[in-house]
Design a protein around this ligand. Structure first.
Ligand SMILES: CC(C)(COP(=O)(O)OP(=O)(O)OC[C@H]1O[C@@H](n2cnc3c(N)ncnc32)[C@H](O)[C@@H]1OP(=O)(O)O)[C@@H](O)C(=O)NCCC(=O)NCCS
Length: 183
């Protein structure tokens, strides 16, 4: 059975758990976030140092909407999943909307792990009751990300946009998907 993360607790599904990021995760996060196949596909540059990963944890990931994805079998951090409320989202959102985001380290791709993580994030948002619509976006040349959302019930809005707020790939086309949590 898959449970959903709460604001304070670690939550588990069959293979993974989601827990809050800690400053002590910086070295492990750096080893994953330096991979040039991860960040740029999500709009951010590969990390150059452990210090950069620590700064990112402090600045962007110490909050109640972002989790480290942990592989239960080994205890290793294998990715990141969460959502942005309107203030920090890339997409222009209304008050009751949120934008999901995620990445998984390359050795773990195509095993359904991100789908599992996103499902837990969706479950959390449903449980909160304050978010009625989720959005997600991905570069159209990164179809695996879109597939994750579709597997979790998102549908294509038909909207294609450029994302000027993204640090990497602002010139590229982005596809926008949505999931209505009230249906
Ligand atoms: C996108 C990403 C999160 C997917 O993680 P994952 O754990 O491999 O995802 P899952 O295994 O749950 O699902 C991946 C799906 O994409 C499919 N897929 C993989 N490569 C694909 C491709 N080139 N074209 C179409 N589908 C593809 C897989 O077959 C799988 O679908 P299936 O289960 O129907 O076979 C991961 O590749 C990643 O972190 N990429 C870099 C960062 C990133 O893109 N983040 C998202 C930014 S919007």
């Amino acid at each position: 059975m898959t449970s959903t993360p709460t604001n304070t607790n670690t939550t588990r599904s069959k293979r993974i758990s989601l827990r809050r990021w800690r400053e002590s995760d910086a070295s492990e996060r750096y080893l994953l976030a330096r991979d040039p196949e991860i960040g740029p596909r999500a709009g951010w540059p590969p990390h150059q140092s452990e210090k950069e990963s620590l700064d990112a944890i402090r600045k962007y990931f110490t909050n109640e909407t972002t989790w480290a994805v942990i592989l239960k079998e080994t205890g290793a951090i294998i990715g990141c999943a969460g959502y942005h409320l309107p203030k920090t989202a890339n997409l222009p959102l209304k008050e009751n909307e949120a934008e999901v985001g995620y990445w998984i380290a390359r050795p773990y791709w195509n095993q359904g792990l991100c789908t599992e993580a996103l499902s837990m994030v969706i479950g959390h948002c449903r449980k909160l009751g304050t978010i009625t619509i989720l959005f997600g976006e991905h570069f159209t040349d990164n179809p695996a990300s879109g597939r994750v959302m579709v597997k979790c019930g998102f549908t294509d809005t038909g909207e294609r946009r450029k994302c000027p707020s993204l640090l990497v790939g602002a010139e590229k086309e982005v596809r926008v998907l949505t999931l209505n949590l009230q249906q």
